[in-house]
Design a protein around this ligand. Sequence first.
Ligand code: GLN
Length: 728
Amino acid sequence: MPKTRFQALAESQKREYKNIDESGRRSELFARQVFNEEKMLQFLTKEAFDNVKSAIFHGSKIDRKIADQVAEGMKAWALSMGATHYTHWFQPLTGATAEKHDAFFDVLPEGKAMEKFGGAQLVQQEPDASSFPSGGIRNTFEARGYTAWDPTSPAFIYKTTLCIPTIFVAYTGEALDNKAPLLRALHAIDQAATSVAQYFDKNVRKVYATLGWEQEYFLVDKALAQSRLDLTMTGRTLVGNFSAKGQQLDDHYFGVIPPRVLSFMSDLEKQCTQLGIPVKTRHNEVAPNQFELAPVFEEANLSVDHNLLLMDVMEEVASRHNFKVLFHEKPFAGINGSGKHNNWSLATDTGVNLLSPGTTPMKNLQFLTFFVNTIKAVDTYEELLRSSIASASNDHRLGANEAPPPIISIFIGKQLSDVLDELEGVSKGKLSPEEKTELKLNVVGKIPEILLDNTDRNRTSPFAFTGNKFEMRGVGAKMNCAKPMTMLSTIVAKQLTDFKKEVDALIDKKNLKKDEAVFNVLREYIKTSKRIRFEGDGYGMEWQEEARRRKLSFNKNTPEALQIITAKESVDLFKEMDVMSEVELKARQEVELGAYIFHIQIEGRVLGEMVYNHIIPAAIRYQNLLLENIGGLKEVYGAVHKKVAESQLNLLEQVGEHILEIKKLTDEMTDARKRANGLSTINKKAQAYCNNVKPYFDTIREQSDRLEKLIADDLWPFTKYREILFTK
Ligand SMILES: NC(=O)CC[C@H](N)C(=O)O
C-alpha cells in the first residue's frame, strides 16, 4: 500500500542523520573482504597460487585437483571471516546481477554436520537457465545453463556470503550473460593491441583495457519515493509539474554535500573500500538531489564487476539511511538525467598507458597509433557503438542536459585536431630525412606540451578525448558497462588487427621502415575517418543535418538502434574477433527488444492507473469543491452570482476540459497498447510501442501537469517535484 503524500512528507521531516565512524585509514580497510593475492598467499598452497596467477595472466585452465585446493583455501578464509554461505555471482541479460546462496553447512551420511566446499562447487554450478532472458537460446524444457568461475575477478564476501564472480553459459556453450562476451572481447583486444604495442616495445606481453566509470545517481527520501507509484514501479516520474526552482541557479553542482547525504556516502564508501572497490571521488551533481561517485580506474572486467556490486551496495545502504537511490537515466523531466560516463584506455603489463603521450617521439608515435586507430574504429562502427547504449530509459536522457545526442562523434580538441591535420600531409611511401626531423621535432614531439593546456571540454560529445583516455559519455546510469565495453573492445581489436596487417605489408612489400609504415597507414586513417570528428555543439539542428550529410547514423530510439546488431557486417565482425556468434547476437537483440517492450508496457499501465485511479478522482474532488462554492455563492447572490463566481466558473470549466482530455488520451493509449500487443513479431511490437504508445506519455503528462497547477495543493495525490527534489 503506497504511502499518501502527506504521510510521506511528515515522515521525511523527521529524519536524522547517522554518525558514521570514520576512524581508521581507508588503506587499511581496503579489500579486507576480498580473496586477493595477499589472502591467496596466506591460504593457498604454492602450486594453487601459481595456477591461479597463471589463469589470471594467461587465461590458462585450472584442473580439478588444483580447483579443490583453491576451494579449500577460499573456504578456510571465508569461514575465518564469518561467512556462512557461498554463491556464484553472475550477470544475466536482465542487466542486473543474480545470485543463489548455498550454505557451506552440510550433513554427512552418518549424520555428522560440517562445512563443505570443494573444487566442484567453486568451478561450476547449474542454475535453472529458463527463468532468465535468453533470447531463444534456451527453452524451458531444455533449461540447462552453467555458471563458471572467472578467476580474473577475485571472490569477495558480501555480508555473510562468499561471492564468486562467474560467467553464465548455456549447455551448448552460448553466453547467456554480459560477462562472457566481455571476457572474450578483452581477450581479443589484448591480442590485437599487444602485437601493435610490440612495434614500440618488445617487452610488452599483455594489454589491458581499463575502465573508470562515473556513477551518477539521485537520492530521494525513501518515504517520498514510496508515495509515488511511478517511481516505485518504473524508476522515473511519469507526471509532475516542474518545480519553480530546478537547476537554473547552478547552485547544487559541487556545492556543500548535505549532511544526511554525506553520512550515506561515508557509510557506502566504507563498505566499498572493504569490498575492494577503489572509490575516490564524491560530489553533488548538477540537478537537485543528484550526486556522483567515481573510483580509481581498473582493469575493465574488474571495474565492471565493481560497478555492479556498487549499485547493489548503494541500494542497501541508501535504504538504511532512509533514502531511495535512483539509477534511472531520467527520473525527472526538465533537469539533468544520470549518466555513467565510461573512461576507457589501454594499458600494458609494463605499466604504460597507450593513450597517454610520452616524453620521446617514439612514445608519441605509439600514442598516435592507438589514438588514431580508436578514432578509425569508432568511425567504422559508430552505429554499433550507439547500439551498445540503447535502452528505453536512456532514450529519455540522450540529447539534452549535458548528455550526448544519439549521433556518435568524437571530440579531440583543437590542438590534437591540428596535429592530425599536419599528419595528413605526410608524404606517401618513404620519408625524407628532413621530413622525419620535422615530424619528430614539431609535430609528434610537441604533443605532451599541447596536451598540458588542452583543457577543452565538450559535454555534448558522445566520445571525447580527455588527455590520456577516451570518455564515452552516452552510457546510462543504470546500465551494465559490460555492454559498451564489449563493443568498444571488439571494434578497436578489429581495427588494430587490420592496422597491423597493413603496416606489416608496407614493411615487407614496400621496404618501408617501421615508423614510415606507421605514418603512412595513420595518414590514410586520418583522412578516411574525418567525418566522425566533430568539435561543435552536438545539440543543434545544424549538427543533425551535418551528420546526415556525413552519413553518420542517427538512431533516435532503441528499436531503431538495435537493428544493426544482427546486420551482416556486425555478425562477421563478432565472428572474426571470436566474441559472439550469430546466435548470441540474435539472442541479445531479442532480449533487448523484449526489455524495451516491457518497460514501455509497464510505464503505460502505471500511467493508466495514475490517471484513472488518482488524477481524475483528485480533479473531480476539486470540481466538487468549486461546485459547492459556486452553489453557495448562488444562494447568497442569486442571479448576480455569475459575476462574483467568475473565476470559480472558469476554473471549473478548465478542470472539466482537462479531465475530458486526459481521459480521452489515456483511453487511446490503452487501445494503442492493445494493438501493439497483437502484433506478430518482436520488432513490429517494439516499433509500435515506440511510435504509437510512447508518444501518449508526453501528451497525458501535459494534461496531468496542467491539472496539478490548477488543483488545490491538499488535493493533489502525488508528492510534488519541489518536495521530492528539495528534501534533504
Ligand atoms: N556534469 C556532467 O557531466 C553532467 C552529465 C549528465 N548528468 C549526463 O547525463 O551525462
